[in-house]
Design a protein. Structure first.
Length: 76
Protein backbone atom coordinates (compact mmCIF):
# COMPACT_ATOMS: atom_id res chain seq x y z
CA UNK A 1 0.00 0.00 0.00
CA UNK A 2 2.83 2.41 0.86
CA UNK A 3 4.55 1.66 -2.45
CA UNK A 4 1.36 2.44 -4.42
CA UNK A 5 0.82 5.65 -2.47
CA UNK A 6 4.44 6.69 -3.06
CA UNK A 7 4.18 5.91 -6.78
CA UNK A 8 0.91 7.82 -7.09
CA UNK A 9 2.35 10.87 -5.33
CA UNK A 10 5.48 10.73 -7.52
CA UNK A 11 3.33 10.68 -10.68
CA UNK A 12 1.20 13.55 -9.35
CA UNK A 13 4.27 15.61 -8.50
CA UNK A 14 5.72 14.94 -11.95
CA UNK A 15 2.45 15.91 -13.61
CA UNK A 16 2.41 19.18 -11.69
CA UNK A 17 6.00 19.93 -12.70
CA UNK A 18 5.21 19.11 -16.31
CA UNK A 19 2.14 21.34 -16.24
CA UNK A 20 4.29 24.16 -14.84
CA UNK A 21 6.55 24.07 -17.89
CA UNK A 22 9.12 21.42 -16.97
CA UNK A 23 8.48 19.66 -20.28
CA UNK A 24 9.30 16.15 -19.09
CA UNK A 25 8.67 13.70 -16.29
CA UNK A 26 10.83 10.85 -15.00
CA UNK A 27 9.28 7.68 -13.56
CA UNK A 28 10.90 4.56 -12.15
CA UNK A 29 8.68 2.28 -14.21
CA UNK A 30 7.26 2.17 -17.72
CA UNK A 31 3.98 3.59 -18.95
CA UNK A 32 0.80 1.72 -18.04
CA UNK A 33 -0.67 -0.75 -20.51
CA UNK A 34 -3.21 0.68 -22.96
CA UNK A 35 -6.83 0.78 -21.81
CA UNK A 36 -9.57 -0.52 -24.06
CA UNK A 37 -13.20 0.50 -23.82
CA UNK A 38 -15.93 2.71 -25.19
CA UNK A 39 -14.72 6.17 -26.17
CA UNK A 40 -16.82 9.18 -25.19
CA UNK A 41 -16.91 12.68 -26.58
CA UNK A 42 -13.47 14.32 -26.41
CA UNK A 43 -13.57 18.15 -26.28
CA UNK A 44 -10.90 19.95 -28.18
CA UNK A 45 -10.31 21.91 -31.34
CA UNK A 46 -8.54 21.73 -34.67
CA UNK A 47 -5.91 24.39 -35.30
CA UNK A 48 -3.77 25.20 -38.26
CA UNK A 49 -0.10 24.15 -38.07
CA UNK A 50 2.26 27.00 -37.16
CA UNK A 51 3.84 26.98 -40.63
CA UNK A 52 3.54 25.21 -43.98
CA UNK A 53 4.66 21.57 -44.00
CA UNK A 54 4.75 21.41 -40.19
CA UNK A 55 4.44 17.87 -38.79
CA UNK A 56 3.02 16.98 -35.37
CA UNK A 57 5.32 14.74 -33.31
CA UNK A 58 3.18 12.96 -30.72
CA UNK A 59 4.05 12.58 -27.04
CA UNK A 60 6.03 9.50 -26.01
CA UNK A 61 7.77 7.73 -23.13
CA UNK A 62 11.49 7.03 -23.59
CA UNK A 63 13.66 4.81 -21.42
CA UNK A 64 16.55 6.77 -19.90
CA UNK A 65 18.93 5.23 -17.39
CA UNK A 66 16.96 3.33 -14.77
CA UNK A 67 13.63 5.04 -15.50
CA UNK A 68 11.40 6.44 -18.18
CA UNK A 69 10.97 10.06 -19.26
CA UNK A 70 7.81 11.53 -20.79
CA UNK A 71 8.24 13.95 -23.69
CA UNK A 72 5.36 16.21 -24.70
CA UNK A 73 4.20 16.46 -28.30
CA UNK A 74 5.40 19.33 -30.48
CA UNK A 75 5.31 20.74 -34.01
CA UNK A 76 8.37 20.00 -36.14
Amino acid sequence: MKRKLWAASAVLAGALLTACGGGYMVAAYGPPPPRYGVMGYAPGRWVRPPHARAVWVGPEWRREGRGYRFYRGYWR
